[in-house]
Design a protein around this ligand. Structure first.
Ligand SMILES: [Zn+2]
Length: 289
């Protein structure tokens, strides 16, 4: 099994920080200098990290104590009508996981599927079979990282909270990635209160166990939405997402793992969240003392 628990809740950007220029591996030290402690490698258009370079990333992430995650290519649909596209999707997920594993990373996230004209429960059943195949291949090849279908923001996309939990219960390498902005957008403005987020984390814990809360892979950003869910990501301060309350609930449940900022301003919102979270922790600390 990959890393069972992370030491704390870590924060980082979805990709190389906007304010960084230079060779990609230098971004790890840069993230550390900014005061952040995680970074997601965006393989969304292609898996650009070569195996030799991955070794370098591994060393640097250890040296600077920056936990690496990855985002698999967007061109994935495990419910495609075309069997070749399904196979290609599986291989993109596995190659992303293999690359991240070589880079000493923690968890890779992917967009699982569209419903097309299938019933949601049929797709969920199909996803369980797909995840089993993926997990078996990961195990055969000794690729030991978390692989996570993401909570999706559009209503045409498979992957709401309950579907993800149903489809991933009982796996050793597969757990959901929770995108709180997508959750908020998918339900057109709901999931924006402490009470609702407590429900989410309680369900997550009930199905996957309390250790699962110690190794979460989370996405947070500002978001615009309409009746079909997600429209586009925006910066936190430009959206209605009550991220401070969300961070309080993450603290309340002592969630550990990685929070990735997918706002357009990447590292700025990652820092905003980290600083807000530290303030919350300090306040709680004072109360206890
Ligand atoms: Zn995503």
């Amino acid at each position: 099994m990959p890393v069972k628990k992370l030491d704390r809740l870590r924060f980082g950007p979805a990709g190389i920080p906007n304010s960084y220029t230079g060779p990609t591996e230098g971004a790890i030290a840069f993230v550390k200098e900014l005061g952040l402690d995680a970074m997601e490698l965006e393989f969304v258009r292609n898996i650009w990290l070569k195996p030799e370079k991955a070794e370098v990333f591994k060393e640097l992430s250890r040296k600077h104590d920056v936990v690496l995650t990855a985002h698999a290519p967007y061109y994935i649909n495990l419910n495609s009508k075309d069997p070749e596209k399904v196979e290609a999707s599986i291989q993109r997920i596995i190659k992303s996981a293999d690359t991240l594993y070589k880079a000493g990373g923690f968890s890779v996230v992917f967009h699982p599927a569209f419903y097309h004209d299938n019933k949601p429960e049929e797709v969920t059943e199909k996803m369980r079979k797909m995840f089993r195949r993926i997990e078996n291949e990961l195990k055969e090849r000794g690729i030991d990282v978390w692989v996570r279908p993401e909570l999706m923001g559009r209503r045409s996309q498979w992957g709401d909270l309950k579907e993800l939990l149903d489809a991933t219960a009982g796996f050793d390498l597969i757990e959901p990635a929770i995108d709180f902005a997508h959750l908020h957008a998918r339900y057109v403005g709901r999931y924006n209160s402490a009470e609702e987020w407590r429900e989410v984390l309680s369900m997550y814990e009930d199905v996957l166990g309390s250790d699962a809360l110690k190794r979460m892979h989370i996405h947070i950003s500002g978001i615009n939405y309409g009746k079909n869910g997600e429209k586009n990501h925006v910066n936190l301060r430009e959206s209605d997402l009550k991220f401070e309350d969300l961070l309080k609930v993450l603290k309340e449940f002592n969630v550990r793992g990685v929070v990735i900022s997918e706002s357009p301003n990447l590292e700025e919102d990652a820092l905003l969240m980290k600083e807000t979270y530290q303030k919350i922790r300090a306040e709680k600390g004072t109360r206890k003392a």
